[in-house]
Design a binder for this molecule. Sequence first.
Ligand SMILES: Nc1ncnc2c1ncn2[C@@H]1O[C@H](COP(=O)(O)OP(=O)(O)OP(=O)(O)O)[C@@H](O)[C@H]1O
Length: 236
Amino acid sequence: MIELEGVAFGWPDAPPLWSGLSLRIAAGEKLVLLGANGGGKSTLLQLLDALVFPRAGSYRYAGETVTPARARRTDWARRFRREVGLLFQHPETMLFNPTVRDEIGYGPRRLGLADAEARIADWAARLRIAHLLDKPPFLLSGGEKQRLALACVLVMEPRLLLLDEPLAHLDPRTARWLLDWLAQSPATVITSTHQLASAPQLGRRALVLAGGGLAYDGPLDEALADTALLARADLA
Ligand SMILES: Nc1ncnc2c1ncn2[C@@H]1O[C@H](COP(=O)(O)OP(=O)(O)OP(=O)(O)O)[C@@H](O)[C@H]1O
């Protein structure tokens, strides 16, 4: 489903974050993305969401190379946005509608989904924010905003789900709900986290970013037992 081949990326006027990054992810895999502060986890998730593009190398999604030109094509972008969802690290950055209802409905309505209103009600109930539907998102608490941001992503029922620190701000009940939901979801899921204790519930395969590249790609339990690797990635 995802193929990165020799990918290099750096933000403008900044040194490369990584180069020569290659990996393959099959449909339905669940991966945990680990790494130090500033190691590039959020950036990698943004690249996989086609918000930024490789400086060198290639990113193929479902067999097609993801390029700025392709992302500008309305038909391709609609299909990609229908299939790929990114939960941003800071929920505020993705909330811009006047009400919680409009926020959850933004994606489904924009893509013209016939069941948009039913989806809004369903996901608001699942995330326990149905009582907030008519409120402006900026009035919500930190955890309520995180639940809303999750609803906005999950309402699209994406095939590829990119979650940037999803457990931050969540109360234990909602965190448990999310972990249980992810465990039964057929979606491909890549989750970045610093919470090593929860990592085994997020996936069996780990990607560790450190030292300007992918320092590890393999079983999560082996990564968690590798003290040298954890130290190199500032994880221990
Ligand atoms: N939009 C941006 N423009 C310019 N530089 C950026 C931007 N976003 C991130 N960076 C820089 O890229 C580097 C990697 O940041 P990124 O947020 O991807 O790391 P991270 O691994 O997610 O970190 P953390 O664990 O602290 O959330 C940092 O040096 C950061 O300052």
